[in-house]
Design a protein around this ligand. Structure first.
Ligand code: ADP
Ligand code: MG
Length: 591
């Protein structure tokens, strides 16, 4: 089979990206596959193309309905009528109609929300359909070591086997070696073909920005996003309230529209915010981690974290949303000492209190004396997150099997007794979860407080043996000028304008450089370049040196050329032309 032709026909892509072809070939051949690639590398294609080429049905399980909807919509354009979705948000008739199409052999890809697999009716409805690939996307969710463990993922291996799937495809962006092993074990992958591409993102610069206070942080964040070249930008905040606050603060400081995005907004508002950001209508979104998995905007120039995220995995997945187009982009992590205390607080709060496993088990067994239960979350404990975690531990111990339920209720079946063995499995499960959280805490703070190259630390964390190979300024350790200064200390911010502009910085370099400086060297100086001629002439001593390290040389040069065009700058010409401030200056007030 000509896979290149199929790639072109269905996706219109000119060629495979690294790793994709190997994964596609293995899946077409019916082998189990483990795909580990960083966000944006193109994991979906690794199972979508095999699904379209094979003549049986591929089932895709993914943790987020919005993610699945995006994929189904995209496939609808590429292979109309071949992909569909079943989930709890969709009405009964629609789900039934989709299943009928699957049974009729019309579908190639069926996207399924994980909790569907606890519904015997659903499993029966597709049992007669020949199933080829069973895809577990975001497969790290199956691992308790991972940062995003989901009890619903437990059942997937059993369901795949029960349905007679020919092969399993697991894909994730966040597998440390330990998580990768866990994914293989829990999904029962047999002799899996492992496809891994490197974790390095050569076009991203990484900077950790230690901030003494919240005000300091907000000032630096605004300074970092002041240049239009630093946008579009996503700012990740720790809480909904923080997202709203920072969005307001940035809008005021930058004088542009800034949207907040979090799970507390109505569905319509969220969709609208996402649509406007994707369309380039709004340049800055301040979001909680609810914003993300489905966001595939290629030209994000900055991802900033205004708090330290709970794990390196979560951090890198979010940071990885910058620069998917391959053009230089920045990931900035603003860290305040108080973030550490907050992490400790949340980990301690997630500890299962003494007696809670027993209490919840007892109540569920009582409520489910006829085999099924349906109880209010509030009747089981004060912290909904904690209640859900406890139910996950009980599920793991084989006591209950949760079913899809509204947010404030827990529904499911009783599947076993809460005897000594079950209690001990549930306790171990709880203890492991807690250990995993502390391990993540240590890893992320070792990263933040580390003194070595950030890129090297990330690669090491993900078990990638490659040497860092940045195509841009690497990180704040290797290139300290990447750290955005607060505006009052930023030389470019001097003068009348409230924010330093690239144009003013270029003029300042041209004015300040002794000897006079030429076109390409201006870009070198602003980007913190280490060319000999820069060092020999001590241009690295100029206050503007390195203040635009996040920009590509061609971005700076394009601005210089525009200024030459407009007469704000002039070139002396001759064999060694240098720049001068031009007579055709525009008044600063025009900005
Ligand atoms: P991941 O799941 O690994 O984060 P996606 O599967 O969402 O990444 O793919 C990211 C983007 O890359 C998508 O816009 C996709 O269309 C694009 N893409 C994937 N493979 C190719 C390819 N071979 N050529 C061009 N674009 C591709
Ligand atoms: Mg993906």
């Amino acid at each position: 089979m000509d896979l290149h032709a199929a790639l072109h026909q269905h996706f219109g892509f000119a060629g495979f990206r690294p790793g994709q072809q190997a994964a596609v070939e293995a899946a077409v051949a019916g082998r189990d596959v483990l795909v580990v690639m960083p966000t944006g590398a193109g994991k979906s294609l690794c199972y979508q193309l095999p699904a379209l080429v094979r003549d049986d049905l591929t089932i895709v399980v993914s943790p987020l309905v919005s993610l699945m909807q995006d994929q189904v919509e995209a496939l609808e354009r590429r292979a109309p009528g071949r992909a569909a979705l079943v989930n709890a948000q969709q009405d009964f008739a629609t789900n039934n109609e989709v299943l009928a199409r699957a049974r009729a052999g019309a579908l190639k890809l069926l996207y399924v929300a994980p909790e569907r697999f606890s519904s015997p009716g659903f499993l029966e409805a597709i049992r007669e359909v020949p199933i080829g690939l069973f895809v577990v996307d975001e497969a790290h969710c199956v691992s308790q070591w991972g940062h995003d463990f989901r009890p619903d993922y437990f059942r997937l291996a059993d369901a795949a086997r029960w349905l007679g799937a020919k092969a399993l495809v697991a894909s994730t962006a966040t597998a440390t070696p330990q998580v990768a092993r866990d994914v293989v074990d829990r999904l029962g992958l047999r002799d899996a073909v492992r496809v891994t591409t490197g974790f390095d993102r050569p076009n991203l610069s990484f900077a950790v920005v230690p901030c003494a206070t919240t005000a300091d942080k907000q000032a630096r964040l605004a300074a970092a996003l002041a240049e239009p070249e630093a946008r579009p930008a996503i700012v990740y905040a720790g809480t909904r309230k923080a997202a709203e606050r920072t969005a307001g603060d940035l809008a005021r400081k930058l004088g542009i529209e800034v949207l907040a995005y979090h799970a507390g907004l109505a569905r319509g508002e969220r969709a609208e915010a996402q649509r406007r950001f994707m369309a380039g209508d709004v340049d800055v979104v301040v979001a909680t981690n609810a914003f993300g998995m489905g966001v595939d905007k290629a030209d994000v120039r900055t991802v900033a974290h205004e708090v330290v995220p709970p794990s390196v995995e979560a951090y890198y997945q979010e940071a990885g949303r910058a620069g998917r187009d391959g053009v230089p982009a920045r990931a900035l992590l603003f860290a305040e000492p108080r973030d550490k205390g907050l992490h400790v607080f949340f980990i301690e709060r997630s500890e299962v209190p003494e007696g809670m496993l027993e209490l919840v088990a007892e109540r569920l067994l009582f409520a489910g004396s006829d085999g099924r239960f349906d109880v209010a979350v509030a009747d089981l404990g004060d912290e909904p997150e904690q209640v859900r975690a406890v139910i996950g531990h009980l599920a793991r111990a084989g006591v209950v099997q949760p079913a899809p339920s509204p947010i404030d209720r827990v529904r499911g079946r009783i599947t076993g007794a809460f005897d000594g063995a079950a209690r001990s499995i549930a306790r171990t499960s709880a203890a492991e979860g807690q250990k995993a959280r502390w391990r993540q805490y240590r890893a992320v703070w070792a990263f933040v407080e580390g003194t070595g190259c950030r890129r090297a630390a990330i690669l090491q964390h993900f078990g990638d043996p490659a040497a860092p190979a940045p195509a841009v300024a690497c990180c704040d350790v290797c290139a300290p000028e990447l750290v955005p200064a607060p505006p009052e200390r930023s030389p470019a911010a001097g003068g009348g304008a409230s924010h330093g502009s690239l144009e003013e910085a270029i003029l300042a370099v041209v004015r300040g450089a002794r000897p006079s400086i030429g076109r390409t060297r201006v870009a070198d100086v602003l980007r913190g370049g280490k060319a000999k001629v820069v060092l020999r002439n001590s241009w690295d001593g100029l206050p503007e040196y390195g203040t635009y390290a996040h920009l590509a040389a061609r971005t700076v040069l394009a601005k210089v050329d525009a200024m030459l065009e407009s007469g704000r700058l002039q070139s002396t010409g001759g064999p060694y032309p240098v720049l001068r401030e031009g007579a055709g200056q525009q008044p600063l007030a025009a900005a």
